[in-house]
Design a protein around this ligand. Structure first.
Ligand code: DX5
Ligand code: ZN
Length: 224
């Protein structure tokens, strides 16, 4: 069964600790922490001080998605601030620097992730797969919550599932962007086992029903 990662991008940041406790009670498996620098993506979000505060407020697994340019510069600081997994974009730096970043994250006892944007072929992740705990396929252009799922990315998910099963079966395959009760089963059928959802969880009044609907393949009706 797929794990559900609640993306804080759609949470109320004025009460983030409470929001996280709420989605934990609703059954979310992990917290997806979206970091944006206004360069790698055309938006800004939160960074190290917020991660540190959230770490002190929750024991949940923190999956940190770095949508930032040259993430090696900050990898150690995100680890020290309490990330459980640090996820780089494959487009954000040279292969050499990305490898150094993964090494740093590992050396600090944290898990490693690598992401591809919709326009980047899945093959770009291949050389990193043996070193990863998680591979992430973006199914929207990164930068904003609430966009529509890009179905043309399903082939990329399936391609990665096949490669992961061969070279590193322990590596999780995560999908991020436009996940809702209709699209969640498409991603799972293609091979994803971690689903990120922001608006489809935080945007709903009944968050338990929202998480359940994502997990169970969208058979339940969710109130707005
Ligand atoms: C987008 C972020 C996502 C975002 C997903 O750049 O990486 O994690 O929060 O939002 P939804 O689930 O609303 O598409
Ligand atoms: Zn994300």
């Amino acid at each position: 069964m797929a794990k559900i990662a609640a993306s804080i991008l759609s949470a109320d940041f004025a009460c983030l600790g409470q929001e996280v406790a709420d989605v934990q009670a609703a059954g979310a498996d992990l917290i997806h922490f979206d970091v944006m620098d206004g360069l790698f993506v055309p938006n800004l979000s939160v960074g190290i001080p917020v991660l540190k505060s959230l770490r002190a407020a929750t024991g949940m697994f923190l999956d940190v998605h770095l949508m930032i340019d040259r993430p090696l510069r900050y990898a150690e600081r995100f680890c020290a601030a309490g990330a459980d997994l640090v996820n780089f974009h494959v487009e954000a730096d040279s292969r050499e620097n990305l490898l150094l970043g993964l090494e740093k994250v590992r050396a600090l006892g944290k898990k490693t992730g690598m992401t591809v944007k919709p326009g980047t072929p899945a093959e770009a992740l291949e050389p990193f797969l043996p070193l990863l705990d998680l591979a992430l396929v973006m199914t929207v252009e990164p930068g904003f919550g609430g966009q529509s799922f890009m179905e043309d990315q399903l082939g990329k998910i399936a391609w990665l599932r096949e490669r992961i099963d061969r070279v590193n079966p322990a590596c999780a395959l995560e999908v991020d962007g436009g996940i809702d009760p209709r699209t969640a089963p498409l991603a799972v059928a293609a091979g994803a086992n971690v689903l990120v959802a922001g608006s489809a969880i935080f945007g709903k009044k009944d968050r338990r029903a929202a998480v359940e609907a994502l997990r169970s393949g969208g058979t339940q009706k969710i109130a707005d």
